[in-house]
Design a protein around this ligand. Structure first.
Ligand code: KIV
Length: 285
């Protein structure tokens, strides 16, 4: 089935924001899921470094490499030609220097046909964003719970509940906006803080992951939506369908049917004409 969608672009995303029309955004890491998200009309796709946990089974996102990211992002682009595709800069692909950041971002654009990139961090990363944007690459910020710094943040927990920490997130958002970020993801900050930052944003839009309804759009982790990540389900995620359970039941049935020799059935194999078979036997005699 070919997609009849129009390509999602930055001007079209900003038009949605101006019209008060929420932006839909999901993570995705592979071709078949990207194909389905394309059919569903998802506006934006994030190939997150969360793939280290959801697809590769690591304990954190830190071991994920640029090679991992590029390979998965290429597959997603093949499945979804029209969503606005954001490549997530993995650990140490931008922290060391502005030049490293520009080179890594460039790989997402040149090798995986991304529409933009995302990186984690506040004012201390503003020069990376400025550099990447100056190279002509749309760039998003990511504040609040930033998984690459989970250790420094004291674990996977809500950020900005206290006034002092909340003020730092407000200041960081302004710094990223001034550096040229086209959008900022707020992950696991209180809803009122998200609302405040959304209302103060002028040249960028704000996306929420577990930060309430007042942002310009919402992001969810695909694996959390469909019961596909076995280790835990974060509170902020809603299960929209338990695909994990459906798959597990199917797998158990397969094991049972093969064991009981009720699978395969004639419709699952291919036959050979009698005369060809007889000739084969003769040839083997
Ligand atoms: O890697 C990812 O999927 C992310 C989300 C947690 C926002 O960065």
């Amino acid at each position: 089935m070919s997609s009849e969608r129009k390509k999602m672009t930055l001007p079209r995303l900003f038009k949605k924001v101006a019209d008060g029309d929420p932006i839909t955004w999901l993570t995705c890491y592979d071709y078949p899921t990207a194909y389905l998200q394309e059919q569903a009309g998802i506006d934006m796709i994030l190939v997150g470094d969360s793939l280290g946990m959801t697809m590769l089974g690591y304990e954190s996102t830190l071991p994920v490499t640029m090679e991992d990211m590029i390979r998965h992002t290429q597959a997603v682009r093949r499945g979804s030609p029209n969503a606005f595709l954001v490549g997530d800069m993995p650990y140490m692909s931008y922290q060391p220097s502005v030049e490293t950041a520009i080179r890594s971002a460039g790989r997402f654009m040149a090798e995986a046909a991304c529409d933009g990139v995302k990186l984690e961090g506040g004012a201390e990363m503003a020069d990376r964003i400025r550099g990447i944007v100056a190279a002509g690459i749309p760039t998003m910020g990511h504040l609040g719970l930033t998984p690459q710094s989970a250790s420094a943040l004291g674990g996977f927990r809500v950020q900005g509940k206290g006034a002092r920490q909340a003020k730092k997130i407000v200041d960081d958002a302004k710094a990223l906006e001034e550096a040229g970020a086209f959008a900022i993801l707020l992950e696991m900050v209180p809803d009122r803080l998200c609302k405040l930052i959304t209302e103060r944003s002028e040249n960028c839009f704000i996306m929420s992951l577990g930060s309430g309804p007042h942002a310009h759009g919402q992001l969810l982790i695909y694996h959390d939506m469909f019961g596909l990540y076995p280790r835990f389900k974060p509170r902020m995620a809603k299960v929209f369908g338990n695909a994990g359970e459906v798959i597990l039941n199917g797998l158990k049935q397969y094991v049972q049917e093969v064991s009981e020799q009720t699978f395969p059935q004639p419709e699952n194999w291919f036959s050979m004409p009698d005369e060809e078979y007889e000739e084969l036997i003769k040839m083997l005699d």
